[in-house]
Ligand binder design. Structure first.
Ligand SMILES: [Zn+2]
Length: 215
């Protein structure tokens, strides 16, 4: 997905409440066209009389719109930057950029909230396109009630149960199942539960042409 500012602000508020006990004041979130980073926190360090950094001001989170990542990765990127913000805001002295405090908070969020945060941002389009392993993919393309298209790459043994849950979901209007060995689908996580990853239909279309429809 390519995020918008409104989307990121809404996610910020939601993760602030669920992962940071609502302790993070809102800061500007801006979109960037950079290819060199997926997300970045910028701020002016505040120092004490000894020159030690004890806080920050003029915080801005920048998220690049150059990468069409799965929604979960966009969210993870935002949370990653929020951890940096939380550390600076509280004047915590970490052992390095992604030091002990960063990793402890990251681990806590991953365990409590089932996220997949990493210290490096996982994938840029180059990395996604580099994953060229040929594997079988069983996936569902859904039309959602809000008009978006979403994809779910399913573990083979979970196809039936996922389809059953989609049938009762108010979010999902229609579904179509496919099989493909196109490595393009490697970029999506293999789901055991009915997760929906919104995709750009135009980006998906060429990869559907080589796919076989599942009855
Ligand atoms: Zn970082």
């Amino acid at each position: 997905m390519i995020p918008t500012v409104e989307y990121l602000e809404e996610r910020f508020d939601s993760f602030n409440a669920s992962c940071f006990e609502g302790a993070l004041p809102r800061i500007p979130i801006k979109l960037s066209r950079a290819r060199t980073f997926v997300g970045r926190l910028q701020y002016k360090p505040v120092r004490n009389w000894r020159g030690k950094v004890v806080g920050g001001e003029n915080f801005v989170i920048r998220i690049s719109t150059k990468f069409d990542l799965p929604e979960a990765e966009t969210e993870d990127t935002l949370i990653h930057e929020m951890i940096h913000y939380w550390i600076v805001l509280n004047g915590l002295q970490d052992s390095s950029t992604h030091g002990r405090i960063f990793r402890a908070k990251m681990k806590e969020i991953n365990e409590l909230h089932g996220r997949h945060l990493t210290i490096s941002h996982r994938s840029t389009p180059e990395e996604l396109d580099h994953d060229t392993r040929v594997r079988d993919h069983y996936f569902c393309v859904s039309k959602l009630a809000d008009g978006r298209t979403a994809i779910t790459v399913a573990a083979r043994t979970r196809i039936r149960s996922i389809q059953r849950q989609f049938r009762w979901s108010p979010t999902v209007r229609s579904t179509a199942w496919y099989h493909s060995r196109d490595p393009w689908f490697n970029r999506f996580p293999r789901c055991r539960s009915p997760k929906l990853f919104p995709v750009d239909p135009a980006a998906l279309q060429p990869h559907l042409e080589g796919a076989e429809t599942l009855a």
